[in-house]
Ligand binder design. Structure first.
Ligand SMILES: *Cc1c(COP(=O)(O)O)cnc(C)c1O
Length: 220
């Protein structure tokens, strides 16, 4: 699907929800996509992108930044503490603050470097054991902990379980954000971004609907 088709669908979903489409950022998830697909979206003028691996992002985005101005790059995948410094250098926002140890690492780096990208706390809304994120019941306390560390927490992020109705998870994330005074919600992917917009998403993360199916790296 083309970029203009996706933005039209976002505009329609926003209108149906009485929202301003300008309040919704489309993060084009470019992980594992061939560079020519990414460049064609860059040439159309799009600037917000998402990657889920530090290493992969380091391999392509510094070059793209030299050619295209105003790139806004979001980390949407799990981050190991030992890659946090590199993530601070590469990304304009991090959506996967998912554990206390990472919060203390970020706080230390923020002290040291004098800056910290805007952060989203990942909430494991489905309480899935294999999935990263803070349990819903622990979220209020974790937000407070991050605020006590002076971290710039802007919002919450979730990835609903594949076999459940996403709206229930979007509604829960919104409730947790609202009661903690957080205005940003990173939720909604290719199959459910319109529902996410209806529930207040400010950042939707769309990969395959925009770029086509992900091409696995050769040899995989
Ligand atoms: C890959 C990924 C997406 C995009 O998924 P699509 O279904 O291809 O839109 C969104 N969010 C996260 C966290 C991802 O890892």
């Amino acid at each position: 699907m083309r970029l203009t088709d996706i933005t039209a669908r976002i505009a329609k979903a926003a209108k149906d929800a009485d929202r301003d489409p300008a309040d919704i950022t489309l993060i084009a998830v470019s992980k594992v996509q061939p560079n020519e697909r990414v460049e064609s979206v860059l040439r159309e003028g799009h600037r917000s992108f998402g990657e889920n691996r530090v290493q992969e992002a380091a391999g392509k985005w510094p070059d793209f930044r030299e050619t295209y101005e105003g790139i806004d790059l979001h980390l949407i995948g799990p981050l190991q503490s030992n890659k946090a410094r590199q993530a601070f250098e590469l990304f304009d926002a991090i959506h996967t603050l998912d554990r206390p140890k990472l919060a203390t690492t970020f706080a230390r780096l923020a002290q040291e470097t004098g800056q910290c990208p805007p952060l989203f706390i990942q909430v494991n809304t489905g309480e899935e054991p294999q999935k990263a994120g803070i349990a819903p019941a622990d979220t209020d306390a974790f937000i407070k902990e991050c605020r006590d560390l002076d971290l710039p927490v802007q919002g919450l992020m979730c990835i609903p379980p594949v076999d459940e109705t996403p709206s229930l998870h979007f509604a829960l994330l919104r409730k947790l954000a609202d009661r903690n005074g957080l205005s940003q919600l990173s939720m909604g992917m290719s199959d459910d971004f319109e529902q996410a917009v209806a529930f207040g998403a400010t950042h939707i993360r769309v990969g395959s609907a925009l770029f086509g199916e992900r091409v696995p790296p050769s040899g995989a």
